[in-house]
Write a protein that binds this ligand. Structure first.
Ligand code: SAH
Length: 331
């Protein structure tokens, strides 16, 4: 249990994962019947990108900072620690207004994050054309701005719940669990459990609502994680056959991902992947994927639109970069 998401919050993998998560939830809100979301590996809920942990590797600079910056019309990648020297930007007035608003509900996080604020505070440059974010990404970006802190998956999910929808979050790490509990302390729609997420698949499924999403985002600290995931997906499918199941996975090199796919029942399963480069160096996070079982109507096309919009914003034009959505082949 060494993994702390604060060191990675807002990196390119979070952007990909969270943009697709928002699209999945939008799929669920198409029907009026209430839904349930189970998040097995929830983390702290949100992350201060100006914290020491976040600034250590400064991974958000290649992720959300860049995304906000480039989708506001900037031409060059920006490191927010040296925002003054960055290429000129025309901030989107809507983004700037969103970030100026105090976050809803949580008084403890009323200060907008200075890192995010820096992106939209830069003075407009007279001639640069404003490029609006892709509509498929706009909702994710608007949720990021409004929070002031970088929102983790529980906060994003919560923002999209309707009054009768429910969220249950599991988190094992004591500090992350405490932070999450504090975030949702007076929230009757959210249950926060300090319990093993794999075990929760058995204990908390199927939900009374009979429809919903299981979101699985393990830390991949040990080599067994893909095997846990395959077992967890099989269990979740048997207990909640109509549920949408989504699992994030890292792509360092191909072999473990191929082995993982080979162990799955392929029926109605898609894999949405974003690669920043060919997955040849197993010591680097070269890309990542979201596996979705029972994807909502038209999610496949939407995921492809989102990944294609993200690639030029997050990528560096390296050999082998790609945005793909593939359907696992039925045997
Ligand atoms: N889903 C979050 C990030 C989670 S990082 C987001 O997108 O914002 C993975 C988290 O899983 C870590 O906080 C880690 O403490 C927690 N974790 C690790 N093993 C776990 C387990 N077996 N059950 C529940 N949580 C676990």
């Amino acid at each position: 249990m060494n993994y702390r998401h604060a060191f990675h919050a807002g990196n390119f993998a979070d952007c990909m994962k969270h943009a697709l998560l928002v699209a999945l939830l939008r799929g669920l809100t198409r029907k009026p019947a209430p839904f349930f979301v189970l998040e097995t590996h929830a983390g702290a809920g949100h992350y201060d990108l100006a914290s020491e942990a976040a600034l250590r590797g400064n991974e958000a600079a290649g992720g959300i900072m860049r995304l906000l910056d480039r989708s506001c019309g900037t031409r060059a990648p920006v490191d927010h620690t040296s925002a003054g020297e960055a290429a000129s930007t025309v901030p989107d007035p809507a983004l700037a207004a969103a970030i100026d608003r105090p976050p809803a509900g949580d008084t403890a996080s009323a200060e907008p994050d200075p890192g995010l604020a820096a992106v939209v505070d830069r003075p407009p440059a007279g001639d640069a054309a404003f490029a609006a974010p892709d509509p498929a990404l706009a909702e994710y970006l608007s949720l990021v701005d409004r929070s002031g802190l970088y929102p983790g998956s529980p906060e994003l999910i919560r923002a999209l719940l309707r009054p009768d929808d429910r969220l249950a979050c599991c988190e094992l790490h004591p500090d992350e669990h405490t932070a999450l509990r504090r975030l949702f302390r007076d929230d009757r729609q959210v249950a926060v459990h300090r319990r093993d997420g794999w075990e929760a698949l058995k204990a908390l499924l199927p939900p009374v609502q009979k429809r919903g999403l299981v979101f699985i985002d393990p830390p991949y600290e040990n080599p067994d994680e893909f095997r846990h995931l395959a077992d967890g997906l099989a269990l979740a499918r048997s207990r909640f056959p109509t549920g949408v199941l989504a699992a994030w996975y890292p792509i360092k090199h191909r072999a473990p991902v191929r082995a993982f796919f080979a162990g799955l029942r392929p029926r109605d399963v898609i894999a949405a992947e974003l690669l920043l480069r060919a997955p040849l160096d197993p010591t680097r996070l070269n890309g990542c994927g979201l596996l979705v079982v029972n994807p909502p109507y038209q999610f496949e096309q939407l995921a492809e639109t989102i990944l294609r919009a993200l690639l030029p914003l997050l990528g560096n034009g390296e050999a082998g970069e790609a945005a793909t959505v593939t359907r696992l082949a039925d045997e």
